[in-house]
Design a protein. Structure first.
Length: 331
């Protein structure tokens, strides 16, 4: 009897109906991962830092801090311990067992190179009373991670207004696509923050150091009205990030390393795409959103004059199983 793989996988979808800072969810592809809070983005990174930290990381995203003392593993002496009746040398450091004076070298070599948090993408929510936004301000929470499609759909209300966030990533590249629907966008009470940090040398956490803005650079270059590129430099390490958005939205630089994407007075929908590229490894620009997502939506929901069948843009030969929701045929 054949296995219904769709039914098998989807019955294990993750559903959250409340806030738990130890239960953040991720979208990824094995090489890239974006961990989100209950809003579907990284809105409450400080609160989730007390539980399951939020981060944006890749297999190539590492940082090495300056090394003025030229510490190296080749110069680090072994620590010999009695193991199974014989003396065995280990490449590690332990106070009062290893040679004295190795503490600074051990601390540096343990921490470098270290995982780098490539950027924070979150919501900026504004209360009507101007007070600080708290997790307790979110109500009617319902978040689902579809393990079949890899989509994270987050629904909640803020100040009585609905917010819906769809978060997904490219199956191979370090690209993230996000769509946000809420009447709060048009009123200026919901926007998106993109922020970059220095690299943390601490064990654990989210890999970000937000306390040293002068230790790194974020150079913004605009291309037209719908795209921004960011050249990132941390000591001797470099990478690139890009952001794309649709008509009616605008990007502003709030302070060093922090950028806000806002909708217009008629906006209820805020789509954007974000992708990350390692210096000298991915020289071409890969769209994070826009045309690709629109084309896939047309393939699923159809278009004016499309064949009258389910998912008219996909082959009708039984090789595709297409599931979608909330889409209308394109004009």
């Amino acid at each position: 009897m054949p296995i219904d793989r769709h039914a098998l996988v989807t019955r294990h979808k993750v559903v959250l109906t409340g806030v738990d800072v130890k239960s953040s969810l991720s979208v990824g592809n094995g090489e890239f991962a974006f961990t989100a809070d209950i809003t579907g983005l990284q809105t409450f990174n400080r609160e989730y830092g007390e539980g399951m930290p939020l981060g944006t990381m890749t297999q190539w995203g590492f940082h090495t801090a300056p090394n003025p003392h030229k510490f190296s593993l080749e110069k680090f002496p072994l620590t010999y311990l009695d193991t199974g009746g014989r003396r065995v040398g280990y490449l590690y450091y332990e106070d009062k067992k290893s040679q004295p004076g190795l503490g600074p070298a051990a601390s540096y070599l343990y921490a470098n190179p270290g995982r780098l948090n490539l950027g924070r993408l979150g919501l900026v929510l504004r209360r009507t009373d101007g007070g600080e936004v708290r997790l307790s301000d979110l109500t009617e929470i319902h978040q689902e991670l579809d393990l079949w499609t890899g989509r994270l759909v987050s629904n909640f209300k803020f100040d009585g207004q609905p917010v819906r966030v769809l978060t997904t990533c490219h199956p191979q590249d370090a690209q993230l696509a996000v769509s946000i629907r809420s009447p709060l966008i048009a009123s200026g009470r919901l926007s998106v923050i993109l922020a970059f940090s220095y690299a943390s040398s601490k064990f654990g956490g989210d890999g970000a150091d937000w306390d040293h803005p002068d230790a790194h650079q974020s150079v913004l270059t605009r291309t037209g009205n719908h795209r921004a590129d960011f050249a990132r430099t941390l000591d001797n390490d470099k990478y690139h990030a890009a952001l794309e958005w649709s008509d009616g939205e605008s990007l502003s630089e709030v302070r060093a390393h922090e950028f806000h994407l806002s909708g217009g007075a008629s906006s209820a929908y805020l789509p954007n795409g974000h992708n990350f590229q390692m210096e000298h490894v991915l020289p071409l620009y890969l769209p994070g959103n826009g045309g690709l997502l629109y084309a896939v939506a047309m393939m699923a929901a159809g278009w004016d004059g499309a064949p009258k069948r389910h998912a008219p843009g996909f082959p009708d030969d039984g090789t595709w199983i297409v599931h979608w929701e909330g889409l209308r045929a394109a004009p």
